[in-house]
Ligand binder design. Structure first.
Ligand SMILES: Nc1ncnc2c1ncn2[C@@H]1O[C@H](COP(=O)(O)OP(=O)(O)OP(=O)(O)O)[C@@H](O)[C@H]1O
Length: 280
């Protein structure tokens, strides 16, 4: 009988906190959508290996299939052909997703929002309280556990969403432009916090962004996708040492050079995507 992830989690001892992130193997992934204008190929034969504990960023022109790729990894979308295999080293595959808009339940307190996934998995109340407490401390929201989403700023909501993602100790964290809606100061603070949290937890992260700076500041590697259909055009290894101080590295000449190199690769695709959009 097929067993859901939730049922497995309830009967499996909690993996150690030091558990490594998942490995991801994407082979010949293909996904098309039917639209009024005909069939639209969003992803075309995408091949990608992501190492356990890697922080991978994805950039590409609007509509190149970045969200589709991440949604396939989250199991929210099925590919037409090809495979996306996630290996969590024998533990049940757990992933967590953070979207551009913090999708918190408005009728639940911060505590209950963060606890939601744990309760769903049958984690006992005392364990749940401890893990939620740790997650809220990690993102600096301990004092706000009784607040409701409407009482929080955009940055605080996004922090709560990150706490909710980390609390289940996922082997794979999928982030789709998580800080795009924030003001510049809050974005910088949260980027810094994410780097700090990731450097201690070393989960595998797939992070979609439109910001070249963000890709360079956060990632171990960045892939650049082509405009329609979405394919991998190039990958760039980000050489900055860890632990990273993102403000300091972004002020280096090396950072500026890498940003220029990324932009040159991306520019061609952005121009092509705009032309195709105008013609369609
Ligand atoms: N459910 C759907 N039905 C029809 N077309 C879709 C669907 N989901 C995505 N698409 C199309 O597939 C293409 C890729 O979409 P996707 O959201 O993955 O792009 P993206 O790179 O994340 O874009 P953006 O950077 O603008 O968020 C787009 O042209 C989009 O219109």
């Amino acid at each position: 009988m097929p067993v859901s992830h939730h049922a497995v989690e309830a009967h499996t001892p909690a993996p150690p906190n030091g558990r490594q992130g998942a490995k991801v193997e994407i082979r010949e992934l293909y996904k098309a959508f039917d639209s009024k204008g005909g069939r639209f190929v969003a992803l075309d034969r995408v091949n990608l290996s992501i190492a356990a504990g890697e922080f991978l960023c994805i950039v590409g022109p609007s509509g190149c299939g970045k969200s589709t790729l991440i949604r396939i990894l989250a199991g929210l979308e099925t590919p037409d052909s090809g495979t996306a295999a996630i290996d969590s080293g024998g533990w049940p595959v757990e992933n967590a997703m953070v979207f551009q808009e913090a999708s918190l339940f408005p009728w639940m307190s911060v505590f209950d929002n963060v606890a939601f996934g744990l309760r769903n998995r049958g984690v006992p109340a005392s364990d749940c309280a401890q893990r939620v407490g740790e997650a809220l401390q990690l993102v600096g929201l301990s004092k706000f556990h009784k607040h409701y989403p409407h009482q929080l700023s955009g940055g605080m909501k996004q922090r709560a969403a990150i706490a909710r993602a980390f609390v289940t100790n996922p082997a794979l964290l999928l982030m789709d432009e998580p800080f795009a809606a924030l003001d510049a100061q809050n974005r910088a603070i949260l980027q810094d916090e994410l780097v700090r949290i990731w450097e201690t937890s070393r989960k595998t992260v797939v992070y979609v962004t439109h910001s070249l700076e963000e890709a360079l500041m956060l990632g171990d590697r960045t892939i650049i996708m082509t405009a329609q259909p979405g394919r991998i055009k190039e990958e760039i290894h980000i050489p900055f040492a860890r632990p990273r101080n993102i403000m300091e590295i972004s002020a280096t000449p090396e950072f500026a050079q890498m940003k220029m190199r990324l932009w040159r690769t991306l520019e061609e695709e952005v121009v092509r995507a705009r032309k195709e959009m105008e013609q369609s």
